[in-house]
Design a protein around this ligand. Structure first.
Ligand code: PDD
Length: 287
């Protein structure tokens, strides 16, 4: 039986109950994080926690626990569920109160979290995926990781109905990001991706590629907008996210990207990611 986190308590999944007037349920008034676990360890934890703190600040939402305490709760959750490779999901809502739009006074935020097994071979697609282009109809604060995901949900659903695995969203022809991932193209040996402004979520995997993997491999990165035309004519396309890591996109709609196979730069990044995961897992076996 799965164990979940409710505030600072680990409880059986079946006992997890949320008030019907919780503002996360009624307004999407809350924030979340999804953190990868490799070898029982939280991957890129500090970056996720920094983003969580920023999301909370932007919504004037008080975190229920300090980061060290919160981390401790997540570690207990992973241990209790005996997760080796998996995903930790947790959210914090503003809490429950009689329905009113403005912030109620003196309510307590509600933390819930789960840890589930997620073997890499179930999510990685080394041969690449097909994606569809979908209008980005979301609000203008996509940089905050809030529970309001209806625009993302509709985009993903549209892509699946078109026989694709992911939606690549655009605003008037400018590519923003995927429904639950960031989008990169490779052109003339350089990575190009949308700048981290209010139109996209600044993905932790995106940051990891830009700040760590690409520099290590000597691959230049440019953070600038690009068009759907640029996407279709790119040398390579890939997406990044906590679950997907670095995932090649080999078709967009009915168009094949370059040769239709994952490109050499994407492959180098995937290999570098693999090595890093192996390193993390190796060091967890020793500790
Ligand atoms: N999604 N953009 C959007 C809109 C996302 O929802 C996500 C992540 C990303 C990639 O961020 P990161 O590299 O930090 O995972 C970009 C998570 C995984 C989700 O909602 O399940």
């Amino acid at each position: 039986m799965a164990t979940i986190l409710y505030q600072d308590q680990l409880i059986p999944r079946e006992q997890g109950k949320v008030d019907m007037e919780d503002r996360g349920y009624q307004f999407g008034d809350g924030i979340y994080e999804a953190i990868r676990v490799y070898g029982g360890r939280l991957f890129l934890l500090d970056l996720h926690m920094k983003r969580l703190e920023r999301s909370a600040r932007e919504l004037a939402l008080q975190l229920p626990y300090g980061i060290d305490q919160l981390t401790d709760h997540l570690k207990r959750l992973i241990k209790k569920n005996q997760i080796d490779d998996g995903l930790v999901y947790f959210q914090i809502t503003r809490g429950a109160s009689p329905r009113q739009h403005q912030f109620p006074e003196n309510i307590e935020t509600v933390l819930t979290g789960s840890a589930t097994a997620l073997p890499r071979e179930e999510v990685l697609r080394p041969n690449g995926i097909k994606a569809s282009l979908v209008d980005d109809i979301r609000w203008l604060r996509c940089d905050i990781k809030t529970l309001n995901l209806l625009g993302n949900v509709l985009a993903k659903q549209k892509a699946l109905e078109k026989g694709s695995e992911e939606a690549i969203m655009h605003r008037g022809g400018v590519v923003t990001e995927g429904s639950s991932c960031n989008v990169f193209i490779v052109k003339d040996g350089r990575l190009v991706t949308h700048p981290a402004d209010h139109f996209i979520l600044n993905g932790i995997t995106r940051l990891y590629v830009i700040d760590q993997l690409a520099p290590r491999l000597g691959i230049p990165v440019v953070e600038k907008t690009f068009s759907t035309e640029d996407l279709l004519e790119a040398d390579e396309v890939f997406i990044t996210s906590t679950g997907a890591e670095v995932k090649p996109v080999t078709r967009v709609e009915e168009r094949t990207i370059a040769s239709g196979k994952p490109g050499p730069i994407t492959k180098r990044l995937m290999d570098a990611f693999d090595n890093e995961v192996a390193r993390v897992k190796g060091s967890s076996a020793l500790s």
